[in-house]
Design a protein around this ligand. Structure first.
Ligand SMILES: Nc1nc2c(ncn2[C@@H]2O[C@H](COP(=O)(O)OP(=O)(O)OP(=O)(O)O)[C@@H](O)[C@H]2O)c(=O)[nH]1
Length: 332
């Protein structure tokens, strides 16, 4: 199930349950003749129903639906106004479904912010109108509910983020993985086409990787790759992205970088790596295949293939070198 669909379901379920709860409150108050509370509950039930309709209409855009903040602000401020002006029994309990809805539907910070804005006037009103022990019990209960729901929402968000990070990160090097490369490169190609800015890529391979693996073992080579990744992060500029392709190869996507630029950065990386002292290996060298997007390059595989060919070309000429493979020149 996609994140958007999951949110549509949970938002809908939240609004439906809140509507049922508030509508039953409205029914009870009508039965006992508390007309003010009946009108209040009916107004709130109309807003939660509006929230449900809004969720269904916006089902494809649940990750960015500003309307929920407006609906929930209306619900929260309605209850605060009622708390201050009315004196109905147990009205503070109505805050419970609202606290849960705030945190279930809004982004965590907005949800907590809105809930605190509801809780503070509620607590003040309770202490002014009711015996201190009763006010303290209700306020503590609501605070516990807010804390537990907030922690749960934070935990879910954290787990979802970790799962997303795991899906796009190479477990050995900590750089992005090959799966994420195609996704990012396609986006960068589209951006370069739309803006007319140059885009370059580098396919980078450690020289004599197989020999080093045979000599020092897999664990030692993996440690070198972790180090090399950190080193490369220190050489490239913000906006450039680094990917691990397999045990001995990296790929760099360099937005806003023309042919002259990719030659400069490739030479800088080559020299940096050759001059560094690496654990286990001592010295190490890399070969770099570079290319810049040409007019016909609209797909990731064309750029990746040309960069790989450039890497093979430079390797034919010996280790510790870089080769640039030109695409069709973009007309100015
Ligand atoms: N993408 C990318 N390009 C680089 C990097 N370093 C150098 N370049 C390219 O090489 C060109 C010349 O770089 P430098 O010799 O550092 O000169 P510079 O004028 O200080 O570079 P910038 O101020 O970064 O434009 C830059 O304009 C970039 O196109 C890098 O880390 N990443």
């Amino acid at each position: 199930m996609t994140e958007t669909r999951l949110r549509t379901w949970t938002h809908s379920a939240g609004y439906v349950l809140a509507t049922v709860f508030i509508a039953s409150l409205a029914g009870q108050n009508l039965r006992y003749g508390f007309y003010d509370l009946f009108y209040l509950a009916s107004g709130m039930a109309i807003l939660t129903t509006a929230g449900l309709i809004y969720t269904i209409i916006n089902r494809r855009h649940q990750l960015a639906s500003p309307g929920h903040l407006i609906i929930l602000s209306g619900l929260n401020s309605g209850l605060v106004a009622a708390l201050i002006t009315m004196d109905g029994p147990g009205i503070s309990h109505w805050a419970m479904p609202l606290l849960v809805l705030n945190l279930l539907i809004l982004p965590l910070r907005q949800g907590v912010g809105l809930s605190v804005l509801l809780l503070v006037p509620l607590a003040v009103t309770l202490f002014l109108k009711h015996p201190a022990s009763e006010a303290l019990t209700i306020t503590t209960g609501l605070l516990i509910l807010l804390t537990v729901t907030g922690l749960y929402t934070w935990h879910y968000g954290h787990m979802a983020q970790s799962a997303e990070d795991l899906a796009i990160t190479d477990p050995v090097t900590g750089a992005h993985n090959a799966r994420f490369l195609d996704e990012t490169l396609q986006k960068e190609i589209s951006r370069a086409i739309a803006t007319g800015h140059p885009l370059s890529v580098i396919h980078l391979g450690l020289d004599y990787a197989d020999e080093a693996r045979d000599l020092h073992g897999e664990d030692a080579i993996q440690a070198v790759f972790r180090d090399m990744t950190q080193h490369l992060f220190g050489v490239i500029r913000a906006g450039d992205t680094l990917y691990t392709l397999d045990d001995s190869e990296f790929f760099l996507v360099l937005p806003f970088t023309p042919e002259e630029g990719v030659r400069v950065i490739a030479e800088r990386i080559r020299r940096n790596i050759a001059e560094h002292q690496w654990p286990v290996l001592g010295t190490a060298t890399v070969s770099l295949g570079c290319t810049t997007r040409g007019s016909g390059d609209t797909r990731t595989d064309t750029l990746r293939k040309r960069a790989r060919q450039a890497l093979e070309e430079t390797r034919k000429r010996g280790a510790d070198s870089a080769w640039f493979s030109p695409g069709e020149t973009i007309e100015a």
